[in-house]
Design a protein around this ligand. Structure first.
Ligand code: SPV
Ligand code: MG
Length: 556
C-alpha cells in the first residue's frame, strides 16, 4: 500500500489559507476539496466541513452563463474569487486553466491570486484558449519546456511563500498515454510544482491507479474522479493520493434544483408546492451573516439617540411676543419657513431620536406636525413646565431628552448631551454673559455649578449643578452664576424614574402647578441627586420676545 507523503507540517503551519492548503496536500490523510463557483456556494462548501474549495473553471464559467473556453476573462474570474475568499475561512485552490497565456500571464495571475488571499492555483498543460477536458479527443498539449517555464514563472512570482501551484497533466485525457503522462509529471515536479494533478476521463480508475503506482509519492498527487466516481474513495487513499477534487457537483445540484423549481412555479402559477422545499429567506440571511451586520450597526452606526425618547414642553403661549402669539403658540412661530417646533423636532430626529412627544396647551390645535405624539396640558394657563412634564409622565420611562419648545441648538450639543454619563444632565451655557446688556432683561435660568467652565482640552472632570434659579431673579444666595440653563436635559432610564417620582411627590404636595423645570431640578439637588452639567458656549438660542425671534430668523 502506497502512503501519502509524510505530513511534516506542524500546527504552526495552519495560520494562513496557503498554509492550510499546503497542509492538506502534505498531511498523511487523504484530503478533499469541493467545487464552488461564487461566494454563496463557497460558504456552503465551508459549512459542510471541507478543508478547501475547488474554484472550478467549468462551474464559474457556467454560473456566469458562458462556456469553459476562457470566455470569462481572467480578471472576471478573479472577481468571483475575491467574493469567495472574502466569504470563507478555508483555502481556495483555483482552477487557473492554462494560466491564461504564457509564462508572463502566469506571473501576473499568481501575484494577483496571492494578493486576493487565494491559497493555490492549478494550471493545465494545454493552450490558451482552453477547452474542457471532457469535450472532444486529442486536444493539443503545451510543449513540456514551455509549460515548465509557466510553472517556474508562477513559483517565482508568488508573494506568499506557502502559495501552492499544482501542475495538471492532460496527457491521459488527450490520448498520449502513461509514459508521456509520467514524463510530463516528472518535468513539472522538477520545475517546482507543489503537486501534480493527473486527470482522466475514463469511467474506471485504472489509469489513475497505475499512474499513482508509477509516481510512487514523488510529490503530492491530486485527482478529479468526476468520470470514475464509482471507484471507492479508499482506493485513492490506498494509492497514496493526496487530494481529491469533487469538481462540479454544487453547480450541477444547483442546476437541477433551479430547473425543477422554475418548472413547477411556471406550471402551477403558485409558490405553494415549492415553498417547503426551498431554503427559507431566513436561511439566506443566516448564511450571508446578516446578524453580524446588525451587531456592527449597533456598534458603528446606530445613532446614540435611537435609545432616547424626546419630550418637548410647548404648552405656553409666549405672552412676551404679544400679538404674534394671538393665534399660534410661540413654538409654532415661523422661523424662515418652518415652525420653531418643527426645527426642534428635526434636530432631535437627526440626532437619532424617533419617539417625540410634545406637550401642548395654548392653541393646541395648531400643533399638527407629522411624526410626533401630542400630549395635552389643558390647564396650561394656570400651571407651568413641571405640570406639563407630569402630563407626559407615561413617556418618562427609559432614557429621555427633555427640552423647552422654544429653543434651537446646534446638533453637536445634542450629540454631546446623549454621550454624557450622568443619570440627569443639564445643558448650561457658560457664555450667558455674552448676551450683553440684554442678559439682565431676558428671563434667564441661572445655574450655579460645582466649578466654572474652563474650556481646557484635558478637563474631563464632571461638573455638578448645585443650584438653579429661574427667570433671572437675582438671588444673592445663589452666588456667582456659572451659566445659563438652556432648557435641555438628558435623563437616563434611572434619571427618568427619579424625575417621575419627584413629579408625583410634587403633585401630592400640591406644589406641582407653580413649579418650573429649575424648581424641579432644585428639589432633586436637595434630595442629594447628582445633576451633571454639560457646559456649552453659545450655539443655541431661545425665543422669548420679538428680539429673540428676529435673532432666530437671522440665525437659521
Ligand atoms: C473544472 O472543474 O473546471 C475542471 C475539472 O477543470 S474538469 O472539468 O474535470 O476538467
Ligand atoms: Mg477547469
Amino acid at each position: 500500500m502506497a502512503t501519502k507523503l509524510g505530513g511534516a507540517v506542524g500546527s504552526e503551519a495552519l495560520r494562513t489559507k496557503a498554509k492550510m492548503l499546503k497542509h492538506a496536500l502534505l498531511k498523511a490523510d487523504l484530503a478533499f476539496v469541493m467545487e464552488a463557483h461564487n461566494g454563496l456556494s463557497a460558504k456552503v462548501v465551508e459549512e459542510a466541513g471541507f478543508e478547501g474549495i475547488w474554484a472550478s473553471g467549468l462551474a464559474m464559467s457556467a454560473a456566469l452563463g458562458v462556456r469553459d473556453n476562457n470566455e470569462a476573462s481572467w480578471t472576471q474570474v478573479l472577481e468571483q474569487l475575491e467574493f469567495m475568499a472574502d466569504a470563507t475561512q478555508i483555502p481556495i485552490l483555483v482552477d487557473g486553466d492554462t494560466g491564461y497565456g504564457n509564462f508572463n500571464n502566469v506571473r501576473r495571475l499568481v501575484k494577483k491570486l496571492c494578493q486576493r488571499g487565494i491559497a493555490g492555483v492549478c494550471i493545465e498543460d494545454k493552450l490558451f484558449p482552453k477547452t474542457n477536458s471532457f469535450i472532444g479527443e486529442g486536444q493539443p498539449l503545451a510543449d513540456i519546456d514551455e509549460f515548465s517555464g509557466r510553472i517556474k514563472a508562477g513559483k517565482d512570482s508568488q508573494e506568499d511563500a506557502d502559495f501552492q501551484l499544482i501542475a495538471r497533466v492532460e496527457a491521459l485525457i488527450s490520448g498520449w498515454g502513461m509514459d508521456e503522462a509520467l514524463r510530463r509529471a516528472e518535468a513539472y515536479h522538477a520545475a517546482g510544482a507543489d503537486g501534480v494533478l493527473i486527470h482522466s476521463k475514463k469511467a474506471d480508475a485504472e489509469e489513475i491507479l497505475t499512474f499513482s503506482r508509477e509516481w510512487a509519492g514523488r510529490g503530492p498527487l491530486v485527482i478529479v474522479p468526476t468520470m470514475y466516481y464509482a471507484t471507492p474513495t479508499d482506493a485513492f487513499r490506498e494509492a497514496g493520493v493526496s487530494l481529491v477534487i469533487w469538481a462540479n457537483h454544487n453547480l450541477r445540484a444547483a442546476l437541477s434544483a433551479m430547473r425543477e423549481t422554475s418548472r413547477r412555479i411556471m406550471e402551477e402559477q403558485s409558490l405553494t408546492s415549492v415553498e417547503g422545499e426551498v431554503a427559507s429567506v431566513k436561511e439566506i440571511f443566516q448564511i450571508v451573516g446578516q446578524s453580524e451586520l446588525a451587531a456592527a450597526e449597533a456598534r458603528y452606526l446606530k445613532p446614540k439617540g435611537g435609545d432616547f425618547k424626546g419630550i418637548i414642553l410647548a404648552a405656553s403661549r409666549g405672552s412676551a411676543l404679544g400679538p404674534l402669539t394671538e393665534r399660534l403658540p410661540k413654538c409654532m412661530l415661523d422661523i424662515r419657513g418652518q415652525p420653531l417646533l418643527k426645527r426642534m423636532v428635526t434636530t432631535l430626529n437627526e440626532g437619532g431620536l424617533r419617539d417625540i412627544s410634545v406637550v401642548r396647551g395654548y392653541r393646541k390645535e395648531t400643533i399638527d406636525l407629522a411624526n410626533i405624539r401630542v400630549i395635552d396640558n389643558d390647564a396650561f394657563a394656570v400651571n407651568g413646565e413641571a405640570a406639563s412634564l407630569e402630563c407626559a409622565a407615561d413617556q418618562l420611562h427609559g432614557a429621555c431628552v427633555l427640552s423647552y419648545g422654544d429653543i434651537l441648538f446646534r446638533p453637536y450639543i445634542l450629540e454631546n448631551l446623549l454621550a454624557s454619563s450622568g443619570d440627569i444632565t443639564a445643558v448650561i451655557d457658560a457664555r450667558w454673559r455674552g448676551a450683553g446688556q440684554r442678559a439682565a432683561e431676558r428671563s434667564v435660568d441661572l445655574a450655579l455649578c460645582s466649578r466654572p467652565f474652563t474650556g481646557d482640552y484635558l478637563d474631563e472632570e464632571p461638573v455638578w449643578l448645585t443650584a438653579i434659579q429661574s427667570n433671572g431673579e437675582n438671588d444673592p444666595e445663589i452666588g456667582e452664576p456659572s451659566g445659563e440653563f438652556i432648557g435641555l436635559i438628558k435623563l437616563s432610564a434611572a434619571g427618568a424614574k427619579t424625575v417621575r417620582q419627584e413629579l408625583a411627590t410634587m403633585k401630592r404636595e400640591g406644589v406641582l402647578d407653580e413649579a418650573d423645570l429649575p424648581a424641579l431640578l432644585n428639589r432633586l439637588i436637595a434630595r442629594g441627586k447628582q445633576i451633571e452639567t454639560l457646559y456649552v458656549t453659545g450655539h443655541w438660542l431661545d425665543v422669548d420676545d420679538a428680539f429673540d425671534l428676529a435673532k432666530a430668523r437671522n440665525l437659521v
